[in-house]
Design a protein around this ligand. Structure first.
Ligand code: GCU
Length: 610
């Protein structure tokens, strides 16, 4: 199996991320030029711009390819593709919400952007950075292929060679294809809308020849929760290190300035913080950190905290943690579009705060960096997940590599976010040995990428007469046992909770990663009336009563879901109309349903109790 995975990993890495350069992190602190805004587009359901009529991939110099200039060489030349301002899309943004004709569209769209650009220093390197694009992205500049990326929710960047860049009239073409495939991540079946397009920021990034690629700074594991002389450890990854002699790490507010000799491209750093204000939901303290190599300098805002499991408890900064959570999809309900901006993050996390949350589960894929950085500053703990969702092809090493690539990109982008305490490797995956070994390997990969955080996955319940068992074999390998239960919605009525008997097969903290019921905002009836706000309210009342009877290793929950969200699987044309209405906030106007207050009251009780 190992040899097979290695071979497949090589093949997949080559196909998935052609010419992709190592991910540049802390992008907000780099010298960037935004390419956001209005882009021209061509919808290409048949892939005519990419394949010839024999459905063979077009050659790079094929003038009929949609990456080649759309300007005819003379009045006689036949050009059957032309971008115009008559057809434009906003970037960042999904295409589905931008025009009626795109709502259900799955397939290829070509984006084109022209720009002028001269480097501030001719010796600098230049990269093109995408926050995300769903799903398969091929990028061309001035007719040359820069690279390819697969995965709809993680960032990627390509180098722009000097030989390709022009001072004026650069012709950037991006092919985005959100067609679903069985052997991708996610696979063909999800309970969320398959928004397509360039969904997050696009920018040019100018870097010195030798630069700081990435870094990691964390409080040393098993550090007791003292506030003096806190050991911090980590590393600084350099891209090129011939001229860099020292790496200097500075935290001005703590009067820290430490130098570390450069003896290779990965420089280990270790030092003590004389004193520290721990980062926590109550005190989301962030420190300005400056890393300087003489050839490059970055700044970032990070918080220092510890997170660990000791026996049946989760400890944050050495104190027992109870997570008052909520699940969130990356969507702005009122506009039925993908969320991407800081403003969008403030709205969604603001509602979570109003609910009394100290934690959010960002479902089921990595959300934007705006979201995780806003969680850092608002003091909201984060569960971040890759879309290994339901029944992907667990027998394929190629698919494993795609999952590992997304995991690596997720962790690389956000490894310094204090708010993130849990990496999740998947949701509701079927219990069988092939799957369990696949998921176990993913958990090991996550731990080797980042040993400072907890790793989990949303498991399913083994419902037996008289006992709801959480005995999924994957429970052995996760740090906290998390499961989704819908007692009273998918099976029985809410009062089933009164006799529910839970048995968790692992002596670990456990967490309810989903529970919820649907209600159409404004539809009222008695509590037995399905789809009514009263039914949902009743559901939450019964759940809360049941949760109060849970054993002491119950570490919290993140109900499903903060807001109603679009789903192609929800087709009751009276109560759903393409929306999953399990939100506590409705999609039309962002109004709170009755159940919102039931959960809020419970969270206030838990806040006081813990
Ligand atoms: C599942 C799944 C969610 C889905 C939810 C539901 O558990 O994880 O993605 O939306 O249940 O059925 O509403």
């Amino acid at each position: 199996m190992k040899r097979y995975i290695l071979l497949a990993s090589l093949l997949t890495a080559i196909s998935c991320s052609q010419a992709q350069t190592p991910l540049i992190t802390d992008i907000g602190s780099r010298k960037t030029t935004s390419l956001n805004g209005t882009w021209q587009y061509i919808i290409d359901p048949y892939g005519t711009g990419f394949y010839d009529y024999r459905f063979q991939e077009r050659k790079e110099n094929d003038r009929e390819a949609y990456w080649s200039t759309d300007e005819p060489a003379n009045k006689t030349e036949r050009k059957e593709h032309k971008f115009t301002d008559k057809y434009t899309l906003q970037v960042p943004g999904d295409w589905n919400s931008q025009a009626e004709k795109f709502l259900y569209y799955e397939g290829i769209v070509w984006y084109k952007k022209s720009f002028d650009f001269t480097k501030s220093n001719a010796a600098n390197k230049l990269y093109l950075y995408f926050g995300a694009a769903n799903y398969e992205t091929d990028v061309y500049l001035n007719g040359k292929k820069l690279g390819k990326h697969k995965g709809g929710f993680t960032p990627f960047n390509f180098e722009i060679p000097d030989s390709v860049l022009k001072p004026t009239g650069n012709y950037l073409v991006v092919k985005v294809d959100n067609t679903r495939h069985k052997d991708e991540i996610p696979t063909v079946n999800t309970d969320w809308w398959n928004y397509g397009g360039i969904t997050r920021d696009v920018m040019l990034v100018e870097m010195p020849q030798e630069y700081i690629l990435d870094y990691s700074l964390n409080v040393k594991k098993t550090t007791p929760a003292k506030t003096k002389n806190i050991p911090v450890e980590g590393w600084v990854q350099l891209h090129g290190w011939e001229n860099a002699k020292q790496v200097v790490v500075e935290i001005p507010e703590l009067k820290i300035k430490k130098s570390f000799a450069v003896t290779g491209d990965k420089v280990p750093v270790q030092f003590d913080l004389p004193s520290v204000q721990w980062w926590s939901p109550e005190t989301p303290k962030l420190y300005n950190v400056v890393i300087n190599t003489g050839t490059d300098k970055i700044e970032d805002k990070i918080g220092f905290r510890t997170i660990e499991v000791i026996g049946k408890q989760i400890l944050l900064n050495g104190k027992p943690l109870f997570m008052r959570g909520i699940c969130i999809h990356e969507e702005v309900p009122q506009q039925g579009r993908r969320a991407y901006s800081k403003q969008d993050a403030l709205q969604l996390l603001g509602w979570a705060k109003e609910l009394g949350c100290n934690m959010v589960r960002l479902a089921h894929y990595p959300h934007s960096e705006n979201m995780t950085r806003t969680a850092d500053s608002l003091g909201i703990l984060v569960w971040s997940e890759i879309p290994v969702y339901w029944t992907i092809d667990f027998s394929s090493a190629d698919v494993f590599e795609k999952a590992r690539t997304q995991l690596t990109e997720m962790i690389t982008r956000d490894r310094n976010r204090a708010s993130i305490i849990i990496w999740s490797v998947g949701n509701e995956t079927p219990v069988n040995p092939v799957r369990t070994s696949f998921m176990h390997n993913l958990i090991s990969a996550a731990k080797s990428l980042d040993s400072t955080r907890l790793v989990s996955a949303a498991l399913e319940v083994n419902y037996q007469p008289g006992a709801n068992k959480v005995d999924d074999p994957l429970g052995e390998f996760v740090d906290i046992v998390a499961f989704n239960e819908y007692l009273g919605w998918y099976g029985g009525l809410p009062d089933n909770c009164r006799t529910a008997n839970w048995s968790v097969a692992y002596n670990k903290p456990f967490f309810i990663s989903e529970t919820g019921a649907e209600a159409l905002y404004g539809f009222h009836g008695d509590s037995l009336t399905r789809w009514s706000e009263e039914f949902q309210e009743w559901y939450y009342r019964e759940q809360v009563a049941m949760l109060k009877r849970m054993p002491d290793n119950f570490a919290g929950l993140s109900p499903w879901v903060l807001c109603d969200f679009r789903s192609p699987r929800r087709n009751n044309q009276i109560y759903q109309e393409g929306w999953n209405n399990k939100g506590l906030i409705d999609h039309e106007k962002g109004r709170k349903k009755k159940a919102f207050n039931v959960l809020k009251a419970y969270y206030e009780e838990m806040r006081v109790k813990h």
